[in-house]
Write a protein that binds this ligand. Structure first.
Ligand code: BGC
Length: 748
């Protein structure tokens, strides 16, 4: 069943340098290194990021995930000619990310401008254990006559975040003529990074060192005998002040040297073998297998699960998932609702302790969220729309300049995109439903639920003899400052209702809170479906004129509409950036009839450009759940192509982390109808045409399940013998070890 797991680069093209640098990132949830070529190219954006390592370059900039000094760059000279894919002739070329073990592999034959041919192989991986280790390997063979190889590599601290330099170089040293170490400090003096590298060079090679202009380099020079492969291995140890064993004592740098020298005793091959073992374990536990007419479906799922492993900081609850994971500078490495709504479900149903950590990240930031609420005149907790390490609001004040108006566009999300508060509560409730983790609920969950509920109770205002929520932005960011956004109101209602339920269950005594909550729940205005089943996105949306979106839909994801209209103009039209009411149907399916869900999908999709990568997959889920399997598959495959499609610049500044997780979510929540928010596992299988089998593991309330869905059979197997009740197509089944239902999807 399992196909080889590789993500191949299409033939080399300088236009796709950065897209593949993002897609081919190596990492381990703690460190991410963009899949750049070893040799330099003018447009190539290198990147090495450590989860949680943020800094603000100066008062005019925003906090961002620091792009750390580079260790993967190599200047390779062959017989005095600089190796570059843009010079000479490329006789053959293969570059792939081996997602089965996270190794980036490249093999090529290059003919230099002087006519000499060389075979060059480069490999690298970021170890799953120890997390600080990065291993690289270069093998060069002169294919014609004898030649000479010079390689310069080391630690390059000229790296910046697109020009913003975050680090001071504190010291650089060479130890024992073979170990390089650079110690860096953020310019505010708050954080440190120590990078230690060591090259294992072939006998017969000579080497020298240089340290200037923030580059600490080793220059290795050696003869190549025709036909004989020469290999150079480089091991690096990336330490930061976030590590448990970090400074401040001055033995920290020494400990880094020792740690590196202990691992560098082993060969690249040996370390890779160990590392592969860890990846195999991950794939065995989490892989989703699809038997489909189109092999791209499996490829997309493997891509998604590979990157999910890279983006979730399983080692550290102080960090969360950035909108681009650790694959690029996009969105400054900030954390959005993407985490709770798109990424957390994967963690929850595969490694629930990681979902718990993601919630703990918010819990740690309860105090700044309470402060933000207070500053804005509310109670409870108002989490920042964009978050980094401190939990303060990090949303930039302005976005790009509007070319048409010449005005810088204000980002209003920090002021009004408040649904995040309910999204955090939604994820908290989901976590408890899937785990029954009472300790978490006591220590963390109840506080999150109560503080978020308090926020909504203070946020709503009495108008028209009911409670309304005014001046918000829903998920659709093309419609700003509107009243009674359906998504926000329903989610706020769910938030308060859930908080009440759990607080009551835990014996919480705050009667004033409960009275206020009851009032909120009965009085909050929840826009109802009209005769066609359509729910108004907000108070004024349905009265706005429609706009022909054909041209923009063909360029979706590029926000091309902003070149023709100002934001203020778009605000006055029925134009959606992304799923909004449809998003609500996805999150709270039990509250809307299938007819209502289908009606809203039908109504809103033609008005949606899908300029956000979070949109398509949600449409796929709702389409699948409402029995429109063919349309669902089309949406789903389009969602899979957000990063994997042919568009050469779709992912230059990093992959779309939430959209990547949504590849997993779309397959499970769409085509199997998986839903767990109610506390019971629900399935409503609806495999699309061309999918013969879908198989995936699930972790549910301490049990490990394996689900297999085929055209004529639904199978659930469990590794323990505790009875479990699940609902399939609305019917309840209790089983111990396995549940096998035969018949077509409708019959079971
Ligand atoms: C979307 C948001 C999302 C953010 C980060 C924006 O374009 O509209 O919903 O949270 O990107 O992915």
């Amino acid at each position: 069943m399992i196909q080889t797991q590789i993500l191949q680069e299409a033939p080399f093209s300088p236009h796709r340098l950065n897209k593949y640098a993002s897609l081919h990132t190596c990492g381990n949830g703690r460190t991410g290194i963009r899949g750049c070529h070893e040799e330099a190219y003018t447009d190539q954006q290198r990147g090495m990021f450590v989860a949680g390592f943020y800094h603000r370059a100066n008062a005019t900039e925003v906090t961002e995930l620091v792009n750390l000094p580079d260790i993967t760059g190599m200047r390779i000279e062959l017989d005095g000619e600089s190796f570059s894919l843009l010079s000479g002739t490329l006789m053959s070329y293969q570059r792939e990310l081996r997602t089965m073990n996270g190794e980036l592999y490249r093999e090529l034959v290059w003919q230099s401008p002087a006519g000499q041919q060389f075979k060059i192989e480069t490999r690298r991986f970021v170890a799953l254990a120890p997390l600080a280790l990065v291993a690289c390997r270069l093998t060069v063979t002169a294919l014609g006559s004898d030649a000479h190889l010079c390689v310069s590599t080391g630690i390059d601290a000229t790296q910046t975040n697109s020009g913003r330099q975050h680090l001071n170089e504190c010291s650089v040293r060479v130890f024992d003529h073979n170990v390089l170490q650079g110690c860096y400090q953020t310019t505010d003096g708050q954080q440190q990074a120590i990078i230690t590298s060591r090259c294992v060079i072939p006998s017969g090679a000579s080497s020298s060192f240089s340290a200037k202009n923030r580059q600490l380099l080793q220059h290795i020079s050696l003869p190549l005998q025709a036909g004989e492969a020469v290999t150079l291995e480089k091991f690096s140890w990336i330490a930061t002040s976030l590590d448990a064993d970090a400074g401040p004592d001055n033995t920290w740098a020494q400990r880094c040297l020792e740690a590196l020298s202990a691992v560098a005793q082993q060969s690249y091959g040996h370390l890779l073998m160990e590392h592969t073992g860890h990846w195999q374990h991950y794939w065995r536990a989490s892989r989703v297998g699809v038997e489909s007419d189109d092999p791209q479906d499996q490829r997309a799922l493997d891509f998604a699960l590979y990157h999910l492993k890279l983006m979730i900081p399983a080692h550290d609850a102080r960090a969360s998932v950035a909108a681009k994971g650790l694959t690029g500078e996009g969105y400054k490495g900030h954390v959005f609702w993407d985490t709770e709504i798109f990424i957390l479900p994967f963690a929850l149903l595969n490694a629930p302790e990681q979902a718990r950590q993601l919630l703990e990240y918010r819990f740690r930031h309860l105090s700044p969220a309470q402060d933000k609420a207070r500053r804005n005149g509310y109670e409870g907790a108002l989490f920042p729309w964009e978050s980094a390490f401190s939990g303060e609001e990090e949303t930039p004040e302005f976005a790009a300049i509007n070319i048409r108006t010449g005005q810088r566009q204000r980002v209003a999300s920090a002021l009004a995109e408040h649904h995040l508060v309910a999204d955090v509560a939604y994820a908290t409730a989901g976590y408890f439903q899937a785990t029954q983790d009472g300790e978490f609920m006591q220590q963390t969950g109840l506080a999150l639920l109560k503080e978020t509920a308090l926020f909504w109770m203070s946020r709503a205002v009495r108008r028209h003899h009911r409670l309304e929520i005014l001046n918000v932005i829903g998920p659709d960011e093309y419609t700003e400052h509107i009243d009674n956004n359906a998504f926000t109101n329903y989610m706020a209602h769910y938030n308060v209702q859930t908080a009440c339920e759990y607080l009551r269950q835990s014996g919480h005594q705050d009667e004033a809170f409960f009275r206020r909550a009851e009032d909120f729940l009965t009085q909050l205005y929840l826009p109802q479906p009209d005769q066609q089943g359509v729910i108004a996105q907000d108070d004024t949306f349905l009265s706005k004129p429609q706009c022909d979106l054909t041209a923009y839909k063909t360029q979706q994801g590029t926000q091309a509409i902003l070149l023709d209209y100002s934001r203020a103009e778009i605000n006055e039209m029925q134009v959606l950036k992304q799923a909004d009411v449809v998003m609500l149907m996805h999150l709270l399916p039990a509250q809307f009839t299938p007819h209502c869900q289908a009606a809203n999908l039908r109504f809103y999709e033609p008005r949606t450009i899908h300029d956000s990568s979070l949109s398509k997959s949600v449409h796929a889920i709702v389409a699948a759940r409402t029995g429109q399997a063919a349309q669902a598959l089309q949406f789903y495959r389009e969602a899979c192509r957000i990063d994997l499609g042919d568009e050469p610049h779709s992912s230059d500044d990093g992959i779309h982390a939430a959209a990547t997780s949504a590849v997993w979510m779309g397959a499970l929540m769409g085509f199997t109808g998986l839903d767990y928010q109610s506390g019971e596992l629900h399935f409503r299988p609806a495999l699309p045409q061309g999918w013969r089998q879908l198989q995936f593991p699930l972790c549910w309330r301490g049990s490990r399940l394996k689900v297999t869905i085929e055209a004529q059979q639904f199978t659930l197997r469990k590794t323990d013998a505790r009875p479990l009740t699940v609902r399939v197509n609305g019917l309840s089944h209790t089983f111990t070890e396995s549940l096998i239902l035969k018949g077509s999807h409708d019959e079971i």
